[in-house]
Design a protein around this ligand. Sequence first.
Ligand code: AGP
Length: 628
Amino acid sequence: MCGIVGYIGKNEAAPILLEGLKRLEYRGYDSAGIAVINSAGVKCIKSVGRVKKLEKLLLKKKIGSNIGIAHTRWATHGKPSIANAHPHFTTHKNIFVVHNGIIENYQELKDQLKKKGHKFVTDTDSEVIAHLIEDCYHPTRKDSDDKPKGHFEKAVKAALKKIIGAYGLAIICRDEPDKIVAARYGSPLLIGIGKKEKIIASDAAAVIGRTKKVIYLEDGEIAVINGSKIKVSNIYSAKGSEASGKSIKKKINTITWGQDEISKAGYNHFMAKEIHEAPEVIINSTRGRCIAARSLAKLGGLESVKKELKNISRLIIVACGTARNAGLVGEYMIEEAAGIPVEVEYASEFRYRGPIVNKNTAVMAISQSGETADTLAAIKEAKKQDALTLGIVNVVGSSITRETDAGVYNHIGPEIAVASTKAYISEIIILALLTVFLGKTHKNMSAKKAKEILYEIEKLPKKVQSIFGQEQIIKKIARKYKRSDNFLYLGRKYNYPTALEGALKLKEISYIHAEGHPTGEMKHGPIAMIEPDFPSVFITPKDSVYEKNISGIEEVKARDGKIICIATQGDKKISKLADDVIYIPKTIEMLTPILAALPLHLLAYYIGVGKGYNVDKPRNLAKSVTVE
Ligand code: AGP
């Protein structure tokens, strides 16, 4: 997620803007920039890397300004570079914009604006916003089709009505240097009310150093801030008196959190925050990609290789750790629903075992960081053997994305906790979209089947949210078992990878020994470990292998092992068999791993917290393993 700061007030703007960016650094970013207005016009400075670098560039310049905007960029479109850093502006250098969010129809808008003579200098979606506003604002240019008589606020409204997507914006205008415009749709934005100054920000962390009084903008609201006045109105036509852009009365709130709680959004740890982000993770990963009514999974990043994808006879997924567990879910999805053979490889093994790869093989990396050395090396090996190389990656412009022929970004913002949770959810969702994409491309999937999957994906955010209602139960279970020395995690078919993921999360967060196995594998060895009080976690949603799982549970029960089940809401049979049950909503079989992962991530989290460990930074682990 990008960080936005805007300032207008009696003090020098630049130092306050920089201080705000520093307080937003926890959000993760790859570049930063600032634009301030003074008597000489607009001064805009950008840098790649840390905010400190931007600060050094500014120190050399005496800017003398009391109005400006600033930004830390988490790349979604276009790699980290000075040009792609915000603020964005046009050749007129009149309108300057900082943006947090994703513009879905940016390409179409860009093409239209290019036809009007606009010159673009970046590959970002955000730059389109500056051109769009300029196009609506500039009264002298003949070609502008929205002429709001050079009124900054009206030009912004006219432009925003053409945008489809999510935005949090702060905008300044050289020709109207006494005001800042802020607007919000889908990305948080607030206005700090200080002593003779106002600070716009994407979250409270940037303002609490100067004020605790804030106004929160709601989706569809625009604010014009000049001097002591703040005018908030609706961007889109609203019912009743506000339709004509009349002022909306806004409540002034007082922030009670400190800096640390704010960066964790009130959670005690980033891991907890990121687990609870799951509903918005699903929304952001599928935004503009899940068109159920047209049985269409739109993966723009794969369009350039659609022809090659039509001819692949096999897909190999290479990944590590949690990313590989997601890949295993993808294997079941794509083989069962898209009819394409899939193998999932440990990336660290792939290149040493002399893999058989050719031009009809696609090799796909799954990696949150995009920097995992083993996964990068596997992709390089695949390229050497003429395979089509793909990626599902969260960090734009990372090494793996630069190495692969094409891919899909997660668009879920930085994952700070070492334990990968929200990335796992996102990777599975994208694999479900890929299953539809490949199934349709290979003509192995009917429109009906595609719609069934896509409509169910649309329902997931609410279903995921409902799982958090079990959080107290999960906490209790964690307290009950946190002293166990061993755990077994068991699941079948789509939830065999869930068993692996649950075991991995517990190991890395609580340091307890845990193994994941297919339930059917119990009798071939693992069951020898079962003794009274030995906890086994069974993932047993109502699916095609439910009865088979029940027999696994009974095998453990017969030996007085403790049984914890992840089961489908309403399943009474399970509560008679298990010692503890966590219920998840019903969904189609291939999507159960998404719902089942959440209780397991929370269980690992609460056991780790209960043991007093640093769950965000577990011992011996790194967030990105950039060494082999
Ligand atoms: C997961 O919780 C671990 N932190 C680790 O297994 C991780 O998934 C693995 O190192 C792969 O990282 P990547 O997704 O950034 O490539």
